[in-house]
Design a protein around this ligand. Structure first.
Ligand code: UDP
Ligand code: MG
Length: 322
């Protein structure tokens, strides 16, 4: 959309806004959250849809959503099991039809008040507006350090320009959504994909609130898995570095061999050296297992991709035209 057209559609409230919200075991917050989201979107425009993606909740989340007043612009996609947030978001984006799509969490950690600022930037011509958290005090220091290490590593070993502390709280233009919908990969790392697609973008700082109720579903195990997906989908350096390591080790061994032969020729054979043999064997064994493990990590992901299974399965579809 052209700039003036964007400004007019925002001013005349003809812009169609889609909101995509993934939920997983959120029975404690959904009622309050969607009531507030509905109310605040309603003050902006009458043309909007709220796509709730239930990611296989095992509590009363779905019942609570279906009990919401029917005048709410809610559409529900119920996935057949828990597919993980990245896939739930993918389902939401593939079903969203707005001129702009806003992605947010359902636990009030992404402030609803920021939406008008997102829209303002979109009307100024940005295709992607993303929230950057100014604080991470809602998280443990382990998680915080882990996140910092991960962002540092990603900037070192990948070519994509992924801003730190920017998550899934974003506004995406229709163009960006249709670009993202072209990605067929199964192990998805959305933060990387947002960066990969490019387009004109701007950051909006926001303060993360405490989770309204319930608890975060991201333990350290799940975060590590996500981090590995991020690294393996956007970098081949871990795979290729072993060539270099092998070269260096061979080079050092050659020098050592020359030294050893020379010393033996000059001073005769001397038989000690058990510690150095053991150290060398263990060092090489370790390096080999590590590199095979990393190969395995990539091969496992190739395996997942070639199976071409669906990214998610929709069991319940409520409120959609077709
Ligand atoms: N979520 C999801 N599927 C999952 C885990 C989480 O759809 O497997 C949703 C969750 O309901 C919430 C959002 O993703 O709306 C963010 O999750 P959470 O608050 O647990 O993560 P954190 O805020 O700690 O990053
Ligand atoms: Mg949260």
């Amino acid at each position: 959309m052209q700039l003036e057209k964007r400004q007019l559609s925002l001013k005349n409230k003809t812009l169609f806004i889609s909101c995509v919200v993934p939920v997983f075991n959120e029975e404690a917050v959904v009622e309050a959250f969607f009531t507030e989201l509905q109310a605040s979107l309603h003050t902006l425009t009458n043309h909007f849809e709220i796509i709730v993606v239930d990611d296989g909740s095992r509590d009363k989340t779905i019942e609570k959503i279906l009990q919401l007043p029917s005048e709410y612009h809610i559409k529900l996609l119920g996935l057949s099991r828990n597919f993980g947030k990245e896939n739930a978001l993918t389902a939401g984006l593939e079903h969203s039809s707005g001129d702009v799509t806003i992605i947010m969490d359902s636990d009030f950690q992404h402030p609803i008040e920021v939406i008008p600022t997102f829209l303002k930037h979109w009307a100024e011509g940005y295709e992607m507006v993303y929230g950057v958290r100014v604080n991470r005090d809602d998280e443990s220091s382990i998680k915080r350090n882990f996140a910092n290490l991960f962002y540092w590593l990603m900037t070192k070993i990948t070519k994509i320009d992924m801003p730190s502390n920017a998550g899934d709280f974003r506004l995406l233009d229709k163009k960006v959504v249709s670009s993202l919908n072209q990605f067929q990969e199964r192990s998805r790392f959305m933060k990387g994909l947002y960066a990969w697609v490019g387009y004109k973008r701007i950051a909006v700082p926001f303060t993360v609130q405490e989770r309204a109720a319930g608890s975060s579903s991201w333990g350290l195990g799940r975060l590590t898995e996500l981090a590995l997906t991020g690294i393996t989908s956007f970098s081949d350096i871990p795979l290729r570095v072993w060539g270099l390591v092998g070269f260096f080790i061979s080079f050092i061994s050659l020098i050592y061999a020359i030294y050893f032969v020379t010393v033996t020729l000059i001073y005769g054979a001397d038989l000690p050296g058990f510690p150095s043999i053991i150290v060398a064997v263990m060092f090489l064994g370790g390096i080999q297992l590590l590199s095979i493990g990393i190969l395995g990590e990539y091969i496992a992901r190739i395996f997942t991709e070639v199976k071409q299974r669906p990214k998610y399965l929709v069991e319940i579809k409520h409120g959609f035209e077709n």
